[in-house]
Design a protein around this ligand. Sequence first.
Ligand SMILES: C[S@@+](CC[C@H](N)C(=O)[O-])C[C@H]1O[C@@H](n2cnc3c(N)ncnc32)[C@H](O)[C@@H]1O
Length: 352
Amino acid sequence: MAFQFNFSIEENESNEPDTHDKTELQLGSPKHEQDSTGASRQAADAVADCGPRLPTDKHQDATPKKRFCLKAAKEHDIPEDVNQVLENKVVEMVSGLRYVNVSVVEMTLLGGSRGEDIVSKSVSSHSDLIPGVYEGGLKIWECTFDLIDYFSETEMQFTDKTVLDLGCGAGLLGIVALRRKAKVVHFQDYNSTVIDEITLPNTVANCIVDGNGTGSGDDRKISKPPSKRLKKAKCLPDLLTKCRFFSGEWSEVSQLLLSSNKPFSKYDLIFTSETIYNPDYYSALHDTLSQLLDKNGRVYLASKAHYFGVGGGVHLFEKFIEEKNVFRTNTVKIIDKGLKRFIIEMAFKISS
Ligand SMILES: C[S@@+](CC[C@H](N)C(=O)[O-])C[C@H]1O[C@@H](n2cnc3c(N)ncnc32)[C@H](O)[C@@H]1O
């Protein structure tokens, strides 16, 4: 069930120059397959219509050949009037969480060529991944639901943890951590459009208190979408003040965090779903994880076995990690339905 917030749309003033190379991938249209709980099946169904187009075999030999400009890092402010970020959004439910309907956002963004213009670029290239331009964050990718299931199955503890949702897209992993009493939750996506139009609205939608007391930010499932009364709703201030939002390429974001005047403590938990598809990015990803993870922290990385067309996947990434000799890895879950998927736990080889 969907509902719409009745607001007018605000012009996005940013008009960032696109200096990136445009290597376009020809992608196919796979079906979502999900093997776990009812909630996840429901979740997968909910996103299937607008789900990511995964790569075909066409570019199987995807040895890194191109270097991309690094997209500068930027911190996104949370507007004082949080309702503003839900203007003209249609909010739906998935896995007990609120999320904004991506098709509606895409239609809205197609209406004008502002900012990164990732929707029209994605449409014209028939691709959900345009390296260095659009990295797929508008859609919810299925390993996100694998991690959400894993959190429940293992009763993962978030209380007082500092958490990073790296390559967050919709930000559902960070939102779960936030609702389960994490101390700090940071969200990062490559594209500023994704942060502004998807991640921030999703986070606000899950922090909102409505007239029925739903969405109160604790771990109770939100039983129904908020009503239009939410026009006057308020976000729980303590919840949103725990959050920070960043866009940009990983090493740039890492540098921004480490050099910022704002206090920064390394993360206890870093979640990252479907971010190892492109071997070109492994070095930046590895270094970011090693720079930002607390010495006793854990990374939970969810990935498909292999990303046809782009060339990355679990075994290639594990080999890379092994060679770097900084982290140990442990496969904590295998989802053996359709294209095999993995959840990998990473920790420093030398900790406390
Ligand atoms: C396929 S999307 C997955 C989105 C989300 N984690 C999910 O599971 O639905 C990959 C994400 O990784 C991030 N990403 C990929 N390569 C990146 C890079 N080199 N620098 C920064 N972010 C990157 C993008 O922001 C993008 O949202």
